[in-house]
Design a protein around this ligand. Sequence first.
Ligand SMILES: Cc1cc2nc3c(=O)[nH]c(=O)nc-3n(C[C@H](O)[C@H](O)[C@H](O)COP(=O)(O)OP(=O)(O)OC[C@H]3O[C@@H](n4cnc5c(N)ncnc54)[C@H](O)[C@@H]3O)c2cc1C
Length: 431
Amino acid sequence: MTVADDSAPSLWAATAAPPPEAPRLEGETRVDVAVIGGGYTGLSAALHLAEAGAKVAVLEAREPGWGASGRNGGQVIPGLKYDPDELAVRMGPVAGERLAVAAGGSADLVFDLVHRHAIECEAERSGWIHACHSPVALRRAERRAAQWQRRGVAIRGLDRKGIAELLGTSEYVGGVLDPRGGKLQPLSYARGLARAAIALGARLHARSPARSLTRTGRDWRVATDAGALLAAKVILATNAYTDDLWPGLKRSVFPLQSLQIATAPLGENVRRSILPKGHVVSDTRRLLLYFRQDGRGRLIVGGRGTAGERILGRHVAYVERAMRRLFPQVAGAPSEFVWAGHVAVTIDQLPHLHDLAPGVVAALGYNGRGVAMATLLGKLAAERALKGAAADTPFPVTALRPVPLHALRLPFMAAVMQYYRLRDTLDVRFG
Ligand SMILES: Cc1cc2nc3c(=O)[nH]c(=O)nc-3n(C[C@H](O)[C@H](O)[C@H](O)COP(=O)(O)OP(=O)(O)OC[C@H]3O[C@@H](n4cnc5c(N)ncnc54)[C@H](O)[C@@H]3O)c2cc1C
């Protein structure tokens, strides 16, 4: 088994399409928009900007897709953590409905980009199952399904027997099947977005961390170790890997580790007994488990890791135990890969779009559901950079709010995770 630290190669790195050409930035270049961060947010922004005819360059500290975009579960999940009706209550009926519709359409955007740009990333619109660990969670999921059905989405409820058949485990009391969702190879998708953006004229610079962002006359100057971009507009797309480039941005999210285990390819019979229709699944636990197969019949199971940087053995053991409990049929299959990355959690559990200063936009905080949402927010950030406040943005553009006492996040989050683990256990034991 390959046990990795946070920057070591994942299953996805071992099986991805080759990376695009992305030379380090050298010298000074003028562009219309400078994008900082080469994950889905930044690459989607660059692609949409290039499509609109803007001169755009992306600076990525490591390699495109190095962050969460190259390491995630590859589950394309539409919508936000809030129900559509909850959004209406939170934001008012018109704004809430717009937001729900935009977020609900985020998976369409992903599959459309894959199709339009012929991105080879094993994409399949196989459907996403939200699996419920308790009767209370099931009632909530059913309410949400009813709300989407009223909006014309063919989402459907699954009883205990129905979900057991589709998952190959009897762990769950029921769930809902959302046909808008699906799966892809996450790093191949990131690299495909990058390649599509480059084909439309965008420049992509790997190994080019932005070290400073300063105003010089009418432009912003983004300096790297060996060069600089001069641009009227800047998009910050650094999510959980946000550093101190923009004051306070790092303190507006909590980076939290999520880790995954992949087995060796399973034998044909075992493979067919798990997720036989190719669905991807995440469950309703507060510390959720999520799982799928890849194109070679490996089972991949993910769960929450630590609040810090390293992969800890006890977290790996927890996910490994969960995998063997859910699917005892994989007992004979060794785990071949363990890897992790960081998700960016926000206090309000919504992604954040900020106008940080005239011409500077930031999009981040996907709360572990960013394959579709970061792709969408990248597009919206691009529109915002091009049109400013005149852009028709269905997401709220909020003020930057650094979280007070952020420096104490590690003990705070460790305590919250212990509490969540206990609540999840009690839910399962006592319903
Ligand atoms: C283990 C794991 C599993 C997940 N599973 C799922 C899933 O199944 N479905 C789902 O919807 N979501 C999932 N997510 C969440 C999803 O992957 C993220 O929300 C999404 O990838 C965020 O994309 P991003 O482009 O905003 O950030 P990232 O992909 O993290 O990219 C940010 C980039 O910014 C770069 N950077 C930082 N600072 C600088 C700087 N100063 N200069 C230049 N570059 C910089 C970093 O190197 C990094 O590459 C998962 C996340 C993890 C970690």
